[in-house]
Every structure is written in C-alpha cells, then in structure tokens.
Design a binder for this molecule. Sequence first.
Ligand code: SF4
Ligand code: SF4
Ligand code: SF4
Length: 259
Amino acid sequence: MIKKKAMLIDITLCVGCNACQVVCKEENGLMEGEEQRLSATAYTALNEYDGTYVRRMCQHCDDPTCVSVCPVGAFTKTAAGPVLYDENKCIGCRYCMQACPFQVPRYEWDSTYPRVQKCKFCAGRLERGLQPACAEACPTGATKFGDRDELIKEAYERLQAEPEKYVQKIYGLEEVGGTSILYISSVPFEQLGFKTTMSKVALPTLTWNALSKIPSVVAVGGVFLYGVWWITNRRTEVQQLERKLKEMEEGSNGQGTLN
Ligand code: SF4
Ligand code: SF4
Ligand code: SF4
C-alpha cells in the first residue's frame, strides 16, 4: 500500500530565506524573481508577520474540493498525496479557484492558452524517490518531507517537548478533513493569516450532500459545461487552423505547408 506523504512546516524554524520559492521556480520552469503572493508563476510564497515567516502553497487536501467541483476531472488526488492538474482536460471554467477553501489555484490570465497553476507537490520527484525540491533546499529544516503519519507523530513530539514554545495545535491535521501540508507554530495561527474556524469535515462531502438534493442542477449543469468544453475546443481548433493558413499565406511562393 502506498504511504501518504506530507510536509511538516515548522514556522518557528523558518528564517525567510526564500530558498523554497527560488528552487520551486527552477524546478517548474517558472519566471524568475521574488514574489510575495501565490501567482501563476509562484507556487509558493512567503508572508511575513512581524518577523515571523509563513510559507503559503497548495495544501494538497486529503479530500480536495477542487477535485470534486471540476466537471471534467482535470484535478485528481493521488494515493501518495499530490493533487494534480491536467491542462489537456481543463475547460477553463475556474470552478476550482472559487471552490478552494485556501484560495490557492491561480489562472494564467495573460496567456493565449491559459492554464490553472498551483504547487504540484513535485509529484515527478516523488515518483523517482526524491523529496520535493523545496524541502530539499530548506536550510533549516523548516520544511520537512516524509510519511504523513510519521510527521504527525514528530509534530506532536515537538509540541510536547516544548509546550511553552509551541501553540498546541497541528494545522492541517483536521482542517477540511486533513491536508498533506501540516504546520506548527509559536504564534497563534489566527494571527498568521490562517483560517482557524474551518470545517473538520471534508468540504466535498458537504457540497455533494447539498447538490444531491437538487439533482436537476447537477444534470443541467453537466450538459451546459460539456457544451462549454465542446465550444472551447472547437474555437481552439479553428484558431490553430487560421494561424496555419496565415503562415501559409506569409510563406507565399508555395513554400508553406499545412501539416
Ligand atoms: S488547497 Fe485548494 S487547490 Fe490545493 S488541494 Fe486543497 S482545495 Fe485543491
Ligand atoms: S512541492 Fe514542489 S511544486 Fe510544490 S512548492 Fe515545493 S518545490 Fe514547488
Ligand atoms: S527555504 Fe525553509 S527557511 Fe527558507 S523561507 Fe523556505 S521554509 Fe523558510
């Protein structure tokens, strides 16, 4: 059985060096340059609160709302933990962006063929037996990768070893049914921009319980979204054909080819 992976972020150990963001951009071929907020080119970003640094990134929820609301299955939750996105399936409805309880997914608004962007938990590296690039790069151990069960145990041990230092809570243990990114802190989480009144139940359970009471909404919505997907894809095909015809015209003297 595949063991569920996680990252434990010990906020007390983070020195704000930003190595996690730098290496993440390298690993994912994203535009260079320091960014203070999550964006289509920043899968992780640091927020500072009076000298305390907090990494933001996709939480890789155990039962993700983005997966449950996506009408075409562009988001999937893998057994090891990463929540992945398939740009070839995406129809650009951006339901995931509205549904995510942590406001994580970002959209490539400036792109001709926009995609949703967010942390991939370095799924390719995990498959090769490596840890995520950000965990490997972190010089202080503030970001630690491992088996989720083991990291939860370790987090409890740290809280118990220094009760005067740590807030007695592991953020992500129960929030929205549990997440793969876990935090411990010496500053109350609500003072660091964390939502602390979130449901302990996975949100898809709640949304589908509500939707199941109005099945016509699901049926009509599904047909409508399939229509949007069909139109979007047809439009893309037409645009590609038009571009190729234009290239043929420009390459006059019979040099252009329609391949
Ligand atoms: S944090 Fe948001 S984008 Fe990430 S898995 Fe959870 S619901 Fe999806
Ligand atoms: S897990 Fe990988 S993709 Fe996610 S923030 Fe870390 S380096 Fe970036
Ligand atoms: S690399 Fe580690 S210490 Fe540096 S900002 Fe990221 S989490 Fe903090």
